[in-house]
Ligand binder design. Structure first.
Ligand SMILES: [Zn+2]
Length: 94
């Protein structure tokens, strides 16, 4: 799926939208979460297969992601307690 030879603006910084605050941020300050058959995982490489969602490095977004069903809706999945535990462990420091 790589398009290395495609024309790209050199100043272009890839941006993604945080699933919680809907803020557009540079991809590098976002954490990709991916929903697989085995559940929700943090995907630091950004290359795992599955439905993905992004969270910014705002701790409050992570807290909301853990406590609400925002991610369930974004990923069209039902987060388990295990999934939420993994999220909590990956939460950025306040
Ligand atoms: Zn956010």
């Amino acid at each position: 799926m790589s398009k290395e030879h495609a024309q790209v603006h050199h100043k272009h910084v890839p941006q993604r939208i945080c699933a919680v605050c809907r803020e557009k941020v540079e991809k590098q300050v976002l954490t990709r979460l991916v929903c697989t058959d085995a559940g929700l995982f943090i995907d630091p490489s950004g290359k795992m297969n599955g439905r993905g969602a992004y969270l910014c490095n705002n701790r409050s977004c992570w807290e909301r992601a853990v406590k609400t069903t925002i991610l369930d809706k974004a990923l069209k999945a039902t987060l388990t307690d295990e999934d939420r535990k993994r999220l909590q462990q990956a939460m950025p420091p306040s």
